[in-house]
Write a protein that binds this ligand. Structure first.
Ligand SMILES: [Ca+2]
Ligand SMILES: [Ca+2]
Ligand SMILES: [Ca+2]
Ligand SMILES: [Ca+2]
Length: 318
């Protein structure tokens, strides 16, 4: 597995300190999709400047998006069932996930501290679909009727070339949306033996298992595809699927092990609120993990661990 390469640790540290604002989430990445943010210029811009879907022939971003982590996706057809056996021969990357430090003067709830974790990310494609495996070493927590007391994840993809890895914003100003990102946001409302995702077209909502297909333009502007006050997307494609498991689930909540989140979606969806992928192109990815042990009430919106401090994860598609 390829390891993280810190191109310039000193610079990164400065960035971490300087940009310790909300990143992949805060008010946005948790809970419901209520959008209580002000109708900012960012959302106005998004309403009138819907990006054209990128095609595989063109990379989804330019060289400005160099991050700390880059790897190649593999060619494979994966069974999305929460069993990672079909990924055994596929190489991925180690992705450090760290908690966001809420900056002074920003009116967000201060989370309870969580230790960083190293997630594993693998990506594969076949002629029709993109497949993503995210594994997180953490104890098992699943409570069927309260998803805040279960693990939750988000996988984010660049749509607009200028979008930053902090839900569309960049390190230097985390409240300034630079472009749209695609988000697969999974709160575990279904047990491990169910397949999550899907729902009515024209929406990103998964009414049964809460694996929603979303988009964001900045950390406070996040919606299900097709949702939001200003953006209309009746063509929203909604066939995202996921299966999950945990290696120690048989031992009950609190048992040490590894979460396995396996996901897939068509390479091309024709949906302006999705990233589009094709052979020879690039996927730019960021990850988030919500730990149910963060508080007695479970994970909070601002407390999640996230990868944006490493920049966009660059994945070259076969
Ligand atoms: Ca599988
Ligand atoms: Ca979609
Ligand atoms: Ca989307
Ligand atoms: Ca935990």
């Amino acid at each position: 597995m390829k390891k993280l390469t810190l191109r310039n640790a000193a610079t990164l540290l400065v960035l971490l300190l300087a940009a310790s604002v909300l990143a992949f989430g805060a008010a946005a990445c948790g809970g419901d999709d209520d959008d209580d943010a002000d109708p900012t210029a960012t959302s106005e811009t998004a309403a009138t400047d819907v990006p054209e879907p990128t095609t595989g022939a063109e990379p989804t971003a330019d060289d400005d998006h160099e991050g700390d982590i880059a790897f190649d996706a593999s060619s494979a057809t994966i069974t999305v069932d929460g069993d990672s056996a079909d990924w055994a021969a596929i190489e991925g990357a180690t992705v450090p996930l760290v908690q966001i430090e809420i900056p002074e003067g920003v009116d967000w709830d201060e989370p309870n501290a969580l230790d960083p974790v190293d997630a594993t990310l693998k990506v594969a494609t076949d002629s029709d679909n993109v497949y993503v495996l995210m594994e997180v070493p953490d104890d098992y927590d699943f409570v069927a009727d309260d998803h805040n007391l279960s693990a939750s994840i988000a996988v984010m993809f660049l749509i607009d070339a200028e979008a930053g890895p902090h839900m569309g914003a960049a390190d230097d100003d985390l409240e300034l949306g630079l472009g749209m990102v695609d988000i697969w946001h999974w709160e575990l409302d279904c047990a491990a033996d169910a397949i999550s995702g899907g729902g009515d077209a024209g929406s990103g909502d998964d009414p049964d298992c809460n694996m929603d297909d979303e988009f964001a333009t900045d950390p406070e502007e996040r919606e299900d595809d097709g949702g939001g006050d200003a953006i209309v997307n009746p063509a929203a494609e909604n066939s995202l699927v996921g299966g999950w498991s945990h290696t120690a689930s048989a031992s009950g909540n609190g048992a040490d092990g590894t979460w396995i989140f396996e996901m897939s979606r068509p390479l091309q969806t024709g949906d302006t609120q999705d990233a589009q992928f094709a052979s020879g192109g690039e996927a730019l990815i960021a990850l988030a993990y919500f730990d149910a042990d963060e508080s007695l009430e479970g994970w909070t919106d601002t407390g999640h661990l996230q990868s944006a401090e490493s920049g966009w994860i660059e994945v070259t598609l076969p």
